[in-house]
Design a protein around this ligand. Sequence first.
Ligand SMILES: [Zn+2]
Length: 184
Amino acid sequence: MEEPRFIVDTMLGNVARWLRILGYDTLYKKDYKDWEILSIAEEEKRVIVTRDHSLHRKAINRGCKSIYLSHDDMAERLAWIAYVVGIRLYVDLEKSRCPICNGDLRKTGKNEVKDRVPDRVYQLYSDFWVCKRCGKVYWLGSHWVKIEDILEKARAMLEEYKTRKYALGGVMSGGTRPSSRDKF
Ligand SMILES: [Zn+2]
C-alpha cells in the first residue's frame, strides 16, 4: 500500500515534525495560504492535516482528503491521524525524514560528523544520521525517551479509538470526532 503523504496547516508545525520523524513525506510552511494548501493537496494527492475547521470544510468540498485535529495533546493527535489514515506509531529510522526540512536521512559513522556535533555527543553516541537536503545531523539523544513515551501513549489511545469505533465517514466530512473532553 502506498504511504500517505501530508500537507499540514500553519498552526501545526509540531505535527509536521512528528509525521516526518515517523517517516511520512510532509509539507509545511509557516506562511501557507489556504488556497496553496488546497491546490498542493489536490495536485499531489496529499492528506491535509488542519485545526482550521473552515479549511477542513473547503478541503472536503473539493474532494481532498482532510483530517481535522481539535486535540492539543500530541499523543492524541498522532493516535487520531493513525485512526483515520493508518500511519505507523513507531519510529523506523530507515524511513525517518528530517523534521526540519522533510529531506531523506542517511545513516553515517562517527568520523563524518566529528566536527559537527558537540564532543560529549561524539563520545556518547556511535550512530548518526545526516539530512541529505539540509545537512543537519541527528542522533538518538536524551529526547528519544520522550518520543517513545508519546508514541506509547498514542498507541494506547489508538486502541481506545478502535474499541469505540468512531465513524470515519463522519470524521472525514467534519462530523463525529473524539475530543479530549471525551472520557474513556
Ligand atoms: Zn533537513
